[in-house]
Design a binder for this molecule. Structure first.
Ligand code: PMV
Length: 330
């Protein structure tokens, strides 16, 4: 089971005082080099390293306080106790609250649409981990919290910092070296734009999509080595402030990830005809000189990557784009 994480929590719990009200925020993140495929489905250990950029004020704020009975609230709405969201949230809280299962009131507010491929599970589990640590007064570092949050959602391991974060694939069987590490590089001109193609709930969860791809896609065999290489290329290009290499590699990496799904048997896709329409418009604009690149996750929405001086041109091409500055208000 989740040994490394449990040991960490138990160690930090030694002097735990009475649970207290605590609020925590975590930014969402978009992978420039994607995590796709698990080598351990219980510990959420990836087949490859990944690298992301955080989304500033787009994320999750979670408040936890001791209560009479368990209650889970999402965006102001109290959820029925048997919903998947509540089950996952409480199962995760069980890692922290020990045998006496202190009843908790857990309120989550997402500033990104839930389950629309905008990685709200990443900020969700990161904020939940931080809030649980605060509630139970656990003294854990961000890197330690990243390791624990990974058990809830892999991409959450990258949501403890603003800016660029690498999730190292790791080697340890218990996963204790598979967690986020901030690159510690500021690139204030770096921008992300969200193009909303569809904000409805996705039909295939990333967990099911990954497992099905690993089990059935003949193209998946090529993925871990390719993804590892792309991750290193992007890390170096960020250090060199080489935006073109970051953008080109990130777009190619996302399309390769989606190709592994198309080759799964049976095939499935998060990308819709509207996603492809946006990509065609982008590629046309790029031929005409626009310096912007695309990436897509487990949903149909497109995220554009560009530098601040292209913001006007991006908005001329995509007037509905919502531009995010990862380092502003971070
Ligand atoms: O952490 P999960 O289970 O939400 O999976 C995230 C998968 C992708 O968003 C497609 C890629 C990534 O690295 O974030």
């Amino acid at each position: 089971m989740a040994d490394a994480a449990r040991e960490l929590i138990q160690y930090a719990r030694r002097d735990a005082s009475e649970p207290q009200r605590f609020t925590a925020y975590a930014p969402s993140n978009i992978a420039l080099a994607k995590y796709w495929g698990k080598r351990d489905t219980i510990l959420n250990l990836p087949c490859n390293s990944s690298l992301s950029i955080s989304l500033g004020t787009w994320g999750t704020e979670t408040t936890i306080e001791p209560a009479e009975r368990d209650e889970v609230i999402l965006n102001g709405e109290t959820l029925a106790i048997d919903t998947a969201f509540v089950r996952k949230t409480l199962a995760f809280a069980d890692l922290f609250r020990g045998a006496n299962k202190t009843p908790l009131h857990i309120s989550t507010v997402n500033t990104v649409p839930t389950a629309a491929g905008l990685a709200s599970s990443a900020s969700g589990f990161a904020a939940l981990t931080k809030a649980l640590c605060g509630t139970f007064a656990l003294d854990l570092t961000e890197i330690e919290m990243s390791l624990i949050a990974r058990l809830g959602s892999g991409s959450a391991a990258r949501s403890f910092w603003h800016g660029f974060v690498k999730w190292n694939v790791g080697e340890a069987e218990d996963g204790n070296d598979s967690r986020g590490v901030p690159l510690g590089i500021e690139w204030p001109e770096f921008r992300i734009a969200i193009l909303h193609v569809d904000s409805s709930q996705k039909k295939v969860s990333s967990r099911d999509g990954m497992n099905h791809t690993v089990e059935t896609s003949p193209l998946f065999k090529a993925w871990p080595a390719l993804a590892e290489r792309d991750c290193s290329t992007i890390e170096k290009a960020i250090k060199d402030r080489d935006f073109q290499t970051v953008g080109e590699t990130a777009e190619a990496n996302a399309l390769a990830m989606h190709a592994t799904m198309q080759a799964a048997r049976p095939s499935f896709s998060y990308l819709t005809s509207r996603t492809w329409g946006v990509l065609e418009r982008l590629w046309q604009a790029r031929e005409e000189g626009l310096h912007a690149y695309a990436t897509m996750d487990a949903g149909p929405n497109v995220k554009l990557l560009f530098l601040a001086d292209e913001a006007g041109n991006v908005l001329d091409t995509f007037s509905d784009a919502q531009v995010i500055s990862p380092w502003v208000n971070a």
